[in-house]
Design a protein around this ligand. Structure first.
Ligand code: THU
Length: 135
């Protein structure tokens, strides 16, 4: 799976975002080491703080499928320029590997970072933290 195809998957799932409050539609597609793709959109709630970002929804979907090793996350929004994942999503992604490639596209512009660049010092203070290195 190449990155263009992964971005296309993120765009497709973005169309299903439930975002009646912000009207900001986000899709995220995680490419796993086994080649599988796990894609999800943001899901808002009338109690705003209960909103789930697309990236965290994609991680939950992948983990529920038994997949924990990822190489790339593609993010697509309907905004006019690419966004980096929010701080909470950076921390959640860091749980599963800090070398993750983060590719974001909007308004015909594509940007790319590593998760390490976006979150150089994740919280990892508890026993059990591996920073994404699986047993
Ligand atoms: N959102 C995401 O899905 N991912 C992010 O990284 C940041 C923001 C969503 C949450 C909310 O539904 C909307 O975008 C506006 O904040």
């Amino acid at each position: 799976m190449d990155v263009d195809r992964l971005v296309a998957e993120a765009r497709e799932v973005m169309e299903r975002a439930y975002a009646p409050y912000s009207e900001f539609h986000v899709g995220a597609a995680l490419l796993a080491s086994d080649g599988s793709v796990h894609a999800a959109c943001n899901v808002e709630n009338a109690s705003y703080g209960l909103t789930v970002c697309a990236e965290r929804a994609a991680v939950a979907k992948a983990v529920a499928a038994g997949v924990r090793e990822y190489s790339v996350v593609a993010i697509v929004t309907d905004g006019d320029k690419p966004v980096a994942p929010c701080g909470a999503c950076r921390q959640v992604l860091a749980e599963f590997g800090r070398g993750l490639r983060v590719v974001s596209e909007a308004g015909g512009i594509r940007r790319e970072w590593t998760l390490d660049e976006l979150l150089p010092e994740p919280f990892g203070g508890l026993p059990g933290w591996t920073g994404g290195i699986q047993d």
